[in-house]
Write a protein that binds this ligand. Structure first.
Ligand SMILES: Cc1ncc(C[n+]2csc(CCOP(=O)(O)OP(=O)(O)O)c2C)c(N)n1
Ligand SMILES: [Mg+2]
Length: 575
């Protein structure tokens, strides 16, 4: 016999939850009292509810398991909204439990009342408003099932205070399984479609495999590698898909899209067959859809039927889990015993090598190493010092794109960033969540002096839980990505993208939280300081690295109305 609050926490325990990221308040106090009694589920107290969601999100991205958040009603719940939207846009499994005002006060503009189910509706996969305490175990089980199955996403459980009251108890049993009649996520793809897709791939003359975050979320990276190796086809990754195919592999064309490589975007444009795997053809990839890859037949594998032909019409749609569909494709390939057209493939690789030679960012250095430190060289030095093994989280802006381009991720779940929503403030709390999951490799947050200030208070959480994250702040003293667009589209009118002399002394700020701060302004010091930073394995180190404010991220697709291949390669060169 347990109270509603105790049942809730006990259900989390029985679901195998290690950590709950949260922040208490009135409507959640019965739950917090139950947290106090429970010894198995560890609660992590953040400093802002947005950070709770990002930390749970970072944890989920590293482990593949659902992140869990607990907040109070009203402002606690609304502060969590940005993080819920962030998880929703990137299909990250998360369960958010929000306290609510007592049932008999709902709708009366009660103190700290917000209609959380209503407010979060467009950015959740599903939500529950609990009306009967006896249903808590089943609701929790369903919430985790929905959050983690099919196309993952956030689920909200809103619980009025009276439902968690210790005054009443109920027989407790955690269900072993759930079945939801109206929800049947896809698993196996259509075998006929899979055979057709394999045949189309084998007959291709200029194939490209375009792999997205779904490959990582679907734990299918090894199968992607098997398929690409079996065929010797080029692979390009979306921002979310980085790490699903080894970064330095010669078949890897690098990232595609807005800041994709010349070879990736140009190969896509000229492809005759594109195999899209767990990717959704979003506007940061396709550029102008009417000009997208004019000669390509498209095979689209996705677990979410709503993603297929949403922006780009698929010729062979396959709805199913990436793991199951890729396995079956490999089986079909074994049986067929046909190989791709060797001559055509050879010519295609020749062409790609030529593109790489001409404008690749990995074949030639695309930035100058004179004057101030360049952001690109910071990421390259970071890559060297960490042996390419760190878990890297990022915020949003130029630093994010430089990290995506120059830290050549080796494995899935190594690159943690807000791709879909583009949430500044994500990096540090996501690194905290990652650090709870990750003991083996260092966790690094690559950030900008703008973004880091959006959740800077979490330096205190790092102190409390001894989370030795390393913060690499590419300090260009500007909202760099905004400034870049103002250079390109607004004749350099820097409307509200510069902050005069108002930036804090980050070294002192880090120190005030008990951490180590380092300021780097000279190229000669960069490598040694980074080494010093990573030698301090059990400390938070905030590296404030001053970089050239005038640097732009290139390549950059020409928008609007550009095709994949229409790019600026530098301030002066265009394709
Ligand atoms: C919460 C939020 N507000 C605004 C933006 C729009 N935005 C995108 S990048 C950027 C500048 C980021 O500056 P900084 O963190 O210093 O990174 P930099 O581009 O300078 O590397 C802004 C304001 C955003 N992505 N997220
Ligand atoms: Mg900046």
């Amino acid at each position: 016999m347990l109270s509603g609050g105790d049942m809730l926490v006990r259900s989390l325990q029985d679901e195998g939850i290690e950590y709950v990221f949260g922040y208490p308040g009135g409507s959640a106090l019965h739950i917090y009292d139950a947290i106090f009694r429970n010894k198995a589920v560890k609660h992590i107290l953040v400093r802002h509810e947005q950070a709770a969601t990002h930390a749970a999100d970072g944890y989920a991205r590293v482990t593949g398991r659902a992140g869990v958040v607990l907040v109070t009603s009203g402002p606690g719940a609304t502060n969590a909204i940005t993080g819920i939207a962030t998880a929703y846009m990137d299909s990250i499994p998360m369960v958010v439990i929000s306290g609510q005002v007592p049932s008999d006060k709902i709708g009366l503009d009660a103190f700290q009342e917000t209609d959380m189910v209503g407010v979060s509706r467009p950015i959740v996969k599903h939500s529950f408003l609990v009306t009967d305490a006896a249903e808590i175990p089943e609701i929790v089980k369903k919430a985790f099932y929905i959050a983690t199955s099919g196309r993952p996403g956030p689920v909200v459980i809103d619980i009025p205070k009276d439902i968690t009251s210790p005054a009443e108890t109920f027989p407790y049993e955690y269900p072993k399984k759930v079945k939801i009649r109206s929800y049947v996520p896809a698993e196996k793809g259509h075998s006929g479609q899979i055979k057709k897709a394999v045949q189309l791939l084998l007959d291709a003359k200029r194939p490209v495999i375009y792999a997205g975050g779904g490959v990582i979320q679907g734990n299918a990276s090894h199968l992607l590698v098997d398929l690409a190796k079996r065929l010797n086809y080029p692979v390009t990754n979306t921002l979310m898909g980085l790490g699903s195919f080894p970064g330095e592999d010669k078949q890897n064309l690098g990232m595609l899209g807005m800041h994709g490589t010349f070879e990736a975007n140009t190969a896509m444009h000229h492809a005759d067959v594109i195999l899209a795997v767990g990717a959704r053809f979003d506007d940061r990839v396709t550029n102008e859809t009417s000009k997208f890859c004019p000669g390509a037949k498209i095979i689209h594998i996705d677990i979410d039927p709503a993603s297929i032909s949403k922006t780009i019409q698929a010729d062979i749609p396959i709805v199913g889990s990436v793991q199951s569909v890729l396995s079956e494709m490999l089986e079909v390939l074994k049986v067929l015993k046909q190989d791709p057209d060797a001559q055509a493939l050879n010519d295609w690789w020749q062409q790609i090598s030529d593109w790489r030679e001409r404008h690749g960012i990995y074949t030639k250095k695309r930035y100058e190493t004179t004057g101030q430190i360049k952001p690109q060289e910071v990421i390259q030095a970071l890559y060297e010092v960490t042996g390419g093994d760190a878990i890297v989280t990022s915020d949003v802006g130029q630093h994010q794109m430089f990290a995506a381009q120059y830290y050549r991720f080796k494995r899935p779940r190594q690159w943690i960033n807000s791709g879909g929503l583009g949430t500044m403030g994500f990096g540090l709390p996501a690194a905290m969540g990652a650090q709870f999951a990750e003991r083996e490799h260092p966790v690094v947050c690559v950030t900008g002096e703008g973004s880091i200030q959006m959740c800077i208070q979490e330096l205190s959480t790092c102190t409390q839980y001894h989370l030795p994250v390393k913060i690499i702040c590419l300090n260009n003293q500007a909202l760099g990505m905004v400034r870049q667009w103002q250079d390109l589209h607004y004749d350099g009118r820097y409307s509200e993208s510069l902050y005069e002399e108002s930036l804090p002394d980050f070294v002192k700020l880090a120190e005030s939280y008990g951490h180590v701060g380092m300021k780097v302004t000279r190229r000669e010091d960069l490598k040694a300081k980074l080494e010093e930073c990573f030698a301090m394995k059990d400390r938070v180190v905030f590296m404030d690295i001053y970089v050239d404010q005038s640097e732009h991220v290139y390549p950059m697709q020409v928008a609007p109305n550009g095709a994949m291949r229409d790019m600026w390669l530098s301030k002066a060169e265009r394709t």
